[in-house]
Design a protein. Structure first.
Length: 648
């Protein structure tokens, strides 16, 4: 099949050759040819050629007409190589394609871009440090993907090209379980640092095949720093480290609180023993010649008195420890608030960055699309904003590429010729809700039904009564794999997985909704303050789980059997669930799940899930409890999907 695609690509290049061979090439025609050939090259699997054509197109938009001759030479050689069954280009990553240049970043975004890239390089440093190779490889893959998205968003085609090649090799290594590639991460980190400092020099060194030393780091201050007056920007990694220290203080608070509870329990035990001794003395009565000696009774009385004194001291000690624990908690909150204020960002700035990047992508793809923003003036943790940028951009790009129809199709459907992507954000308590919506073709619900039936996720009797949104919840069930999602979502699978993963790492959730022919809405909900949330503890099958308070409603005593949380988790239930907890998702939609007991409300830190299994589980994060035990926070959306599935 690839051979046929190569020949078709060669034929298309030859058909468009006259555009490049003209004595005075028409820029608009050349740009259109670049765009068409770029798409064809990507479809045929020649990604390097597609990236090169994208770079040539960017150069032409900047007014560099000399690139047309370079492109003509590259494409002429590509035809010969394709017909001979060889790769389209004579170069292979990391050697840049002929004619690739570094584009200047718009000065309006340069300082912000450099700061964001600096944060991402700091994340890559985590993967370079010693640790589990698989974990390091996963961190590297996600970070490089993030760097590629940030570079593409501002038109830094050269950095995006290098990251694309590196990402492909990291993915190949990850899929093959080859962790040896992590040993070269320091070298790639050095290349990315040089791209940030001097992209032209980075391309030149790569073109000459110069081996870059792992110790290479940017040695001079960024030029943009001179133009920023009275602005102190602390690297996100530094604040992350300080916040981690605050979390350790919280753990100390937990340890003190646990010690206080145990000390008070000891005091209670001692008082009980004292009471037993005094009761024994009462039963024995006064000393008699034929009874217990007076000295023995005196010693028992003294022991009871000592037990009382020790119990009082233990009670005072426990109370003091509790006051200290409360003071530590208060100070930790103050420190967390102060540190968070150093890295606050407006959510509107995040959406504006996504909108600019999406509009740039639409321009490069010659798509008629507008991006609208509906946003409250809500401050958000800068780390949260940075982590949300990539999934939001990916969802917007997927809507552009696969959701919004062509101009002709939209006219046939009676829609405006210009498609619309809406970015909306609002604060809901201590949570941030962001949605990415398009007015495109929507999700193929019929294909989803067919897939659900084939995988046994749904029985035929429920199809007639199921709503579209209920069917969409099936996409979060095990068994509907990424590839299946990509089929159903018409290419949206990558964005869905990325957004879902980021939402979970931040302790939140992802939700989809659609209407036939009216587009798709993807809604992310995450804590505004980085992964510190209130949860209510619920019990199922002898284990406790944290349900974020944002997604919990009333506690009920079901009048009829309900699907138990244990069943949703694949655990054997002890008996019929005596209690039900409402899962509040969006609007008025509520689902009841059965639990054995409902515990206290507690503020906890949400941590990334450990890699316990490859199968998807309905958890959003891990929680380290006060006694040091590891527990899990529930993903309300995924649990609701399993309740709905099991209840049919």
């Amino acid at each position: 099949m690839s051979g046929k695609l190569d020949l078709l690509l060669a034929d298309e290049i030859e058909r468009r050759g006259s555009v490049f061979a003209a004595e005075t090439p028409e820029p608009e025609e050349v740009r259109a040819a670049f765009h068409a050939l770029r798409g064809s090259a990507a479809m045929a699997g020649h990604t390097e050629l597609a990236l090169a054509l994208g770079n040539y197109g960017a150069q032409l938009r900047r007014g560099d007409v000399a690139v047309v001759a370079v492109a003509a030479e590259v494409l002429g050689g590509a035809v010969e190589r394709l017909r001979a069954g060889r790769p389209a280009l004579t170069t292979a990553w990391p050697t840049p394609p002929m004619g690739m240049t570094a584009a200047p970043v718009d000065p309006a975004f340069a300082a912000e871009y450099r700061a964001a890239m600096g944060d991402r390089l700091a994340q890559l440093d985590e993967a370079i440090e010693d640790g589990d190779d698989r974990e390091r490889l996963e961190i590297a893959f996600r970070t490089v993907h993030s760097v590629k998205g940030a570079a593409a968003a501002v038109g830094d085609e050269a950095t995006a090209w290098y990251c694309h090649g590196l990402e492909a090799r990291l993915k190949e290594a990850r899929d093959a379980g080859n962790t040896r590639v992590v040993d070269d991460l320091a070298k790639h980190r050095s290349v990315l640092a040089l791209f940030l400092e001097d992209p032209a020099e980075a391309l030149a060194k790569l073109s000459r095949g110069v081996s870059l030393p792992p110790s290479l780091r940017p040695s001079r201050a960024p030029p943009e720093a001179e133009s920023v007056d009275a602005v102190l920007r602390i690297p996100a990694q530094t604040i992350e480290t300080l916040l981690s220290r605050v979390e350790q203080v919280d753990q100390l608070r937990d340890a003190l609180g646990l010690r206080a509870d145990r000390t008070r329990a000891t005091a209670s035990t001692l008082r009980g023993e004292r009471a037993s001794l005094l009761e024994a003395l009462r039963q024995i009565g006064p000393a008699r010649p034929w009874g217990a000696p007076a000295t023995a009774l005196s010693r028992i009385e003294q022991a009871a008195h000592v037990l009382g004194d020790v119990a009082d001291r233990a009670e005072r000690s426990g109370t003091g420890l509790r006051r200290t624990a409360d003071a530590v908690q208060w100070r930790a909150r103050e420190m967390r608030t102060s540190l968070s204020s150093l890295q606050r960002s407006a959510v509107r700035e995040l959406l504006e960055r996504v909108a600019r990047a999406a509009e740039g992508f639409a321009t490069r793809e010659s798509r008629l699309v507008r991006v609208v923003i509906d946003c409250e003036e809500t401050p958000v943790d800068r780390v949260v904003a940075e982590r949300l940028f990539d999934p939001l951009l990916q969802l917007a790009k997927n809507a552009l590429a696969h959701g919004i129809e062509s101009t002709a199709d939209r006219a046939t459907r009676g829609k405006p010729t210009v498609g619309t992507i809406s970015l909306r954000a609002e604060r809901v308590g201590d949570w941030l809700r962001i949605s990415v919506a398009d007015d495109g073709r929507g999700i193929d619900i019929d294909a989803l039904k067919t897939l659900a039936l084939e995988r046994g996720a749904l029985n035929p009797a429920t199809l007639s009564s199921a709503t579209d949104d209920e069917l969409l919840s099936l996409l979060f069930l095990p068994g509907l794999t990424t590839q299946s999602r990509a089929d159903v979502l018409a290419g949206r699978g990558i964005g869905l997985d990325l957004a879902e993963s980021v939402a979970h790492r931040l302790g939140g959730s992802l939700r989809l909704s659609t209407r036939a022919g009216s587009g798709v809405t993807a809604t992310l909900e995450v804590p505004i303050e980085r992964s510190v949330v209130d949860v209510v503890w619920v019990d199922a099958a002898g284990r406790s789980f944290a349900l974020p308070l944002r997604f919990s409603g009333r506690v009920l005593r079901p009048r009829q059997p309900v699907v138990s949380l244990a069943a949703c988790l694949g655990l054997p239930p002890n008996a019929a669930s005596p209690l039900g907890v409402e899962l509040v998702l969006q609007g008025d939609e509520r689902t009841v799940v059965g639990v054995d007991a409902v515990g206290a409300v507690e503020e906890v830190h949400l941590r990334p899930l450990p890699r316990l299994r490859s199968e998807r589980v309905p958890f959003s994060a891990a929680v380290l409890r006060r006694d040091g035990a590891l527990a899990f926070a529930l993903d309300a959306q995924a649990v609701a999907a399993r309740v709905w599935q099991a209840g049919q």
